[in-house]
Design a protein around this ligand. Structure first.
Ligand SMILES: [Zn+2]
Length: 111
């Protein structure tokens, strides 16, 4: 993902409207690009700030809220990757089990 795409996708990120693959690309770019990370933080703080002013909760810590938001999204992607790896392993095991049973079946039939 490039910086232009990242900036364009900030609203989708903050609205939680990203597919997992898109979110993964977004977070990967975020880790490597300091200026986009700052841009995202500014957008997050402005948006949350407006929301908080509506609620009149002045003790709210925006930086912590931003960190929490990032951790939640990173955890989601990490869990998704583990799940995909697990699904791949289960499919592999099922394939080899099927192949082994076919092999045993034909060996039994030949006697
Ligand atoms: Zn960037």
């Amino acid at each position: 993902m490039d910086c232009i795409t990242f900036i364009k996708d900030i609203d989708d990120y903050l609205d939680g409207r990203m597919e997992d693959e898109e979110l993964n690309d977004f977070l990967n770019h975020l880790e490597t690009c300091k200026s986009c990370a700052e841009e995202l933080e500014i957008n997050f703080i402005v948006r949350e700030g407006v929301r908080i002013l509506d609620r009149k909760n002045v003790s709210y810590d925006l930086s912590s809220a931003f960190g929490k938001n990032l951790r939640e999204n990173s955890d989601h992607i990490r869990f998704r990757k583990i799940y995909m790896r697990l699904a791949y392993c289960m499919t592999s095991i099922a394939f080899w089990a099927l192949l082994a049973s076919v092999f045993v079946y034909f060996r039994e039939m030949s006697f």
